[in-house]
Design a protein around this ligand. Structure first.
Ligand code: UDP
Length: 240
């Protein structure tokens, strides 16, 4: 059965990575997964959080923030600052992005500095968190390259690349990289984060008023691995 945009079940959307989108950041990229577009920018601050100093922790720190720009959604999404309340979904997503990046960044090699990674959704059409992780990995690598070029550190503080894709079950079929319409119709929804060694960083899977079998879980993980392999190739082309 073909998908509404004529993709194969295991095919990701067209993915692009446009580097240098935010010139004041040390590393930045506009990542597109089809109509989902996220600006990922990595900024270096020459200090570490106070708790690290107090606990005599060596090395640096990395922290991620995620937000959807008001005009990124079909109906305008109010900014947290005007709403006066922080959005729980955004908090959950930025913690996921932070964990994904901490799995691959060498904080000792980063030295006593903080890497701020800002992911701002320009256009949302499903899979904004997976696009954000995939783009953030590139933005961090570019910021690491900048640190080396500036002579601030000797080696790239990045151990691996990390990429993520969504998978789901729609009408009994495993689909990769769901857009908004497919995500809405999915009875199982999963986000998979892997390194370029194809090790898992995180699996987030849930049956939406449904259940899924161990076999379906295996099928989804295998399909996600295929999508992530393609994303890793695109990241590699963008950074080398
Ligand atoms: N979405 C939206 N407004 C919101 C949250 C989500 O329009 O406040 C849409 C958006 O297209 C998003 C999709 O719903 O990409 C799926 O959202 P989900 O929470 O599953 O996260 P995502 O798939 O973007 O990681």
């Amino acid at each position: 059965m073909s998908r509404h945009d004529n993709r194969q079940a295991h095919e990701i959307r067209p993915v692009t990575l446009e580097k240098g989108i935010a010139p004041h950041a040390q590393g930045s990229v506009l990542v597109s997964f089809g109509n989902t577009k996220v600006i990922c920018a990595a900024t270096i601050e020459e200090s570490v959080p106070r708790w690290m100093k107090e606990q005599n922790k060596t090395g640096g720190w990395i922290t991620a923030e995620y937000s959807m720009l008001p005009y990124s959604t079909l109906t305008r999404k109010q900014r947290d600052s005007s709403r006066g309340r922080v959005d729980g979904r955004g908090t959950e997503i930025q913690r996921l992005i932070g964990r994904s990046l901490r799995a691959v960044v060498d904080l000792e090699k980063l030295g006593q500095r903080t890497l701020w990674v800002d992911c701002d959704v320009l256009q949302a059409d499903g899979g904004t968190r997976t696009a954000a992780i995939t783009g953030a990995s590139v933005a961090v690598e570019l910021a690491g390259q900048w640190l080396v070029q500036q002579g601030k550190i000797k080696e790239l503080p990045v151990k691996n690349r990390v990429a993520a894709v969504s998978v789901g079950i729609v009408n009994g079929e495993v689909l990769v990289d769901l857009d908004y319409i497919e995500d809405r119709d999915a009875c199982v929804d999963m986000n998979v984060v892997m390194t370029d060694k194809l090790d898992f960083v995180e699996l987030q899977g849930s049956g939406e008023e449904n259940v899924f079998s161990p076999t379906q879980l295996e099928q989804m993980v295998a399909a996600a691995r295929g999508g992530i392999t393609r994303l890793l190739q695109i990241q590699k082309t963008a950074t080398t």
